[in-house]
Design a protein. Structure first.
Length: 86
């Protein structure tokens, strides 16, 4: 039962994130506390925008926001699949 709840919540969260308009994500304020406090970018800066671009099939844009999405996205996909099938 608990696994079904996690699957449901993950699916709903992913769907809501996918439905957010591109302009809202790309022009919105940064969510990174390190960047906001220090004024410098951290290794994760741009990851939310990169993931959003990737979910919409804009691979080049995703890599421009943060190239580490090439590592993080497959790991997130594996975690989601593991949640579905274990």
């Amino acid at each position: 039962m608990r696994r079904v709840l996690w699957m449901f919540l993950a699916s709903v969260g992913l769907t809501i994130f996918w439905l957010i308009p591109r302009q809202r994500i790309e022009t919105g304020p940064t969510l990174c506390l390190i960047s906001r406090m220090t004024g410098k970018t951290c290794p994760g800066c741009g990851m939310t925008r990169a993931l959003h671009a990737l979910l919409h099939g804009r691979f080049h844009d995703a890599l421009q926001w943060n190239w580490r999405i090439a590592v993080v996205a497959p790991l997130l996909a594996l975690a989601y699949l593991r949640l579905l099938f274990t």
